[in-house]
Design a binder for this molecule. Structure first.
Ligand SMILES: Cc1ncc(COP(=O)(O)O)c(C=O)c1O
Length: 453
């Protein structure tokens, strides 16, 4: 019997070959940390809807979906039309244009905190802008963040991902910069309050409103509302990093779903319709720090500088407006949520049937898989069952098991996000979900046969 890894190698010879070439060019052969996969990652040739095809001709149902950007799947006709129509009219005017107004108009209609909007080029740039705004607005230096919450890779927020040790050091980031950051565990409002009371130099609290790492470590109910109250009392800017949750959890993101409006919101991914783009959307008086006075004062002791060659570029604006107009009524998100529920319920049934320890849980249209660890399974819906878990957060799959799951699922035609999760889109249909469940079940059987589970 060929092993899971053996099958992975024999099914993907061209990818293996391209990876050897890539290693001569890119560090570790990849262009994004999450795309690194030993012994080699897959090379994709084309994609449509929720499917993609690799260079060896294998068809794959995707749950990476443009790292969460592709709520309408690959090459949705609406977006193809918007982008091809725009490319003929110009990709960069080096000037203001109506498309940026239309795009920001959708942001303002959908995102409750968006009194003012500023476009950036990525989620990382959005959190960079948000933290700088908060520091300038409050005159304080420190950012309070939560363990394993991911906000991009700039100096103020970069840190350990879930599953990595938190050493307090970050290679390449000066100790003086790290001293201006306070990292505490999520879900403990008393600790937040104590931290703010003891350190009056905290400018902002930044949080992924799904819980750490797009909900891998979920939040307990009410934590966001508690943060809102405490941050207001201490005059601290509350930043929701809705780069993943924005337009996904609801048309207005987590803030609409939970009814908690932050001071500043960071957006990207779905925002730009699958093209590069980000935004900061927030209170008028906070974003006013980017404003010029009419005499064009450039005084940087007062205002925040914000150029950026590709800010609000017409292609992203066209794609973003098409995307947001299409998902504004919430129907696509409701479909994606329903598909995620179907998937999670059936994956948990497969674990139950095969008596494999583990669980699958998630939030909205995002799911996470735990294998080889005892944990309770969601009974209704997909959210982590805090009661059944006695308040403990989900455990994480060991890396060797997660790798076998990733290879096995790919062999059977399914691409997970990272090693053990996924993002469902509005174009995943019941037949795609059922094919995924079959592939998952087959992978479990192969892992069991190989003694991995
Ligand atoms: C919650 C969150 N914030 C920020 C970022 C960074 O966004 P970008 O990759 O566009 O820089 C990401 C990226 O995955 C993210 O998940």
């Amino acid at each position: 019997m060929t092993s899971i890894l053996g099958s992975y190698s024999s099914l993907h010879p061209r990818s293996a070959q391209l990876y050897q070439q890539a290693r001569q060019t890119f560090p570790s052969g990849v262009t994004h940390d999450v795309r690194f996969l030993p012994p080699f990652p897959l090379y994709i040739e084309r994609a449509r809807g929720c499917r993609k095809w690799d260079v060896d001709g294998n068809e794959i149902i995707g749950y990476v979906m443009g790292h969460g950007a592709l709520m309408l799947g690959h090459s949705h006709p609406l977006l193809v039309e918007a982008v091809t129509g725009q490319i003929a009219k110009g990709t960069h005017y080096g000037a203001c244009h109506e498309l940026e107004l239309a795009w920001a108009g959708w942001v303002q209609r959908l995102i409750p905190s968006a009194e003012r909007v500023r476009f950036t080029n990525s989620g990382t740039e959005a959190t960079l802008m948000a933290t700088r705004l908060a520091r300038a607005y409050t005159g304080r230096d420190k950012i309070l963040k939560f363990s394993y919450h991911f906000h991009g890779w700039h100096d103020s927020v970069v840190g350990a991902r879930y599953g990595q040790p938190e050493s307090g050091q970050v290679s390449g980031v000066p100790a003086a910069t790290l001293a201006n950051r306070v990292t505490i565990p999520q879900n403990d409002i008393a600790l937040v309050e104590r931290t703010l009371a003891e350190d009056r130099n905290i400018a902002a609290i930044i949080i992924e409103p799904s819980g750490a790492s797009w909900g891998t470590l979920p939040l307990v109910g009410g934590f966001l509302a508690q943060l809102r109250e405490v941050s207001q009392r201490y005059g601290v800017v509350l930043i929701f990093d809705e780069v993943v949750t924005g337009f996904r959890l609801s048309p207005g993101g987590a803030q609409e779903l939970y009814g908690v409006v932050p001071d500043v919101t960071c957006l990207a991914k779905i925002l730009a319709g699958g093209l590069p783009g980000g935004a900061v959307a927030g209170k008028r008086d906070i974003l006013a720090l980017i404003e010029f006075t009419q005499d064009m004062e450039w005084n940087l002791s007062r205002r925040i500088l914000h150029p950026g060659t590709f800010n609000a570029n017409p292609l992203s604006a066209a794609a973003g407006s098409a995307m947001l107009s299409h998902i504004a009524d919430g129907q696509p998100q409701a479909h994606a949520d329903a598909m995620a529920q179907r998937l999670v319920a059936a994956m948990n049934e497969a674990l139950e049937k095969r008596e494999i320890p583990g669980c699958v849980y998630g939030l909205s249209s995002m799911f996470h898989i735990v294998l080889g660890k005892d944990c309770p399974r969601p009974r209704d819906g997909i959210e982590w069952p805090w009661d059944a878990a006695n308040g403990a957060p989900p455990p994480r799959t060991n890396l060797d098991v997660a790798l076998a799951l990733k290879w096995g699922c790919l062999n059977n035609g399914v691409d997970l996000m990272g090693f053990d999760g996924g993002l469902v889109s509005a174009v995943h249909e019941p037949a795609d979900i059922d094919a995924t469940i079959e592939a998952f079940d087959k992978t479990l059987a192969q892992m069991r046969a190989e003694g991995i589970l």
